[in-house]
Design a protein around this ligand. Structure first.
Ligand code: SF4
Length: 397
């Protein structure tokens, strides 16, 4: 039996190598949480405590809840918690968490929800045989009456998704499969995200068909991961939050050299080679720019004096000027029109998916009827190209 969770699948999608480190090699890294994760867990715990207390008819005041949040913060804070965004301090994050709790409290007090589950630990089958299971970790499950259930999720991220993204979200949608299977009276299951840092709520629902499709797609994705043999590193902005950065081939060299004293750093083989390559690449770029300028000057010079070959000492430069046609760029409206014209005329196969070289050749050889060639004219842009070829002067025999 294989159990997957949204974060496990998400880790693979973010970076297969990170997935391998975490879930296959099970490498434990002695690295503290990021401050974002720390703040998120303090807020989650405070809200969890609040709803658990409500179930036992204890109504915490906002002040009590904030006191608990700050107690968690002080008790669990450690100076090695990672602050990636150096322009912010731990205090900025603590205050953000406080604001999340305060806004949430003020928005939903006096808390009349009928809570069925808090921080659930459940599983739903992805396949009929029950070989692949999905972790169901709902922050909260409510019954809203009249066969309506609500799955709530608290988010402290500094990013507010659009409604379309919520409508595509996999995590809560898969949880609703579990609700459907376990509450036979469930007629509607609403997915509710609380974007606490924005004091905003997003809601979405799925049809039975969408849920079954999602189940199948997720099962396919999980099977693909289980049978994967290669786990390439996929670099992204999220690398800065990755606990395996120091052993990852995309970053390990940086970890190796960044602690070196300046002199040793400069002399380290890799650093030296990169520096040299960088200098040479810059020189190459400048040389290429200069070569292009000289070629253009040669073209102008050849045109001016009416010659095709310009001689130097031991070398000659042949200047070729020819007329050419160009077509509308890919993804432009005109390109789409041109493609549909070719298809309409039954000529699409001749240019092989708008192979502009094939099309140019046909136009040049006038292989199609005059009528078609005329229809193509509005899509052609006449242009003149000139090239310069440098060659050795042939010695006299
Ligand atoms: S640092 Fe980036 S590329 Fe390397 S394992 Fe982590 S997420 Fe993947």
């Amino acid at each position: 039996m294989t159990t997957f969770s949204n974060s496990r699948l998400g880790t693979y999608e973010q970076c297969p190598l990170k997935y391998k480190y975490q879930y296959i090699d099970k490498i434990k890294v002695e690295e503290a949480k990021t401050v974002e994760a720390f703040m998120g867990s303090c807020v989650h715990e405070a809200l969890e405590k609040h709803y658990r207390a409500l179930k036992l008819q204890k109504h915490n005041t906002l002040e009590e809840l904030l006191a608990y949040y700050n107690h968690l913060w002080a008790k669990n804070w450690s100076d090695d918690i990672k602050i990636v965004r150096k322009e912010y301090t731990a205090e900025n994050y603590r205050l953000t968490g406080e604001k999340c709790v305060t806004d949430y409290y003020n928005r939903y007090a006096p808390f009349k929800e009928r809570v069925l589950g808090i921080e659930t630990v459940e599983y739903v089958n992805l396949d009929p045989e029950g070989q692949f299971k999905w972790n169901v970790r709902m922050d909260r499950l409510d019954y809203a009456g009249d066969g309506k259930y609500e799955i709530h999720d608290y988010k402290t991220a500094g990013y507010l998704p659009k409604q379309e993204q919520a409508d595509e979200d996999r995590q809560l949608a898969l949880y609703s499969l579990w609700v459907k299977e376990n509450f036979k009276d469930a007629r509607n299951i609403e997915l509710v995200w609380h974007y606490l840092a924005f004091d905003r709520e997003l809601r979405s629902e799925r049809t039975a068909e969408q849920l079954e499709n999602l189940r199948k797609e997720t099962l396919q994705a999980v099977k693909k991961i289980v049978s994967a043999e290669e786990f390439p590193a996929k670099e992204s902005n999220l690398c800065n939050w990755c606990e395996y950065q120091s052993m990852c081939p995309k970053w390990a060299h940086l970890y190796k050299v960044e602690a070196l004293p300046p002199k040793e750093f400069k002399e380290e083989d890799g650093v030296r080679l990169v520096e040299e390559l960088s200098v040479l690449s810059e020189q190459k770029k400048k040389l290429e720019e200069r070569i292009d300028t000289i070629k253009q000057d040669l073209i102008d010079y050849a045109k001016q004096i009416g010659v095709e070959v310009v001689f130097g000492s031991g070398k000659k430069a042949t200047v070729s000027i020819r007329k050419d046609v160009d077509f509308p760029p890919k993804h432009s409206e005109e390109r789409a029109e041109l493609i549909s014209l070719l298809k309409q005329e039954g000529l699409w196969g001749d240019v092989e998916d708008l192979d502009v070289f094939a099309l140019k050749k046909i136009i040049h050889n006038r292989d199609w009827s005059e009528e078609i060639l005329n229809k193509l004219k509005p899509y052609q842009e006449e242009k003149t190209t000139a090239t310069v070829r440098l060659a050795n002067l042939k010695k006299e025999e």
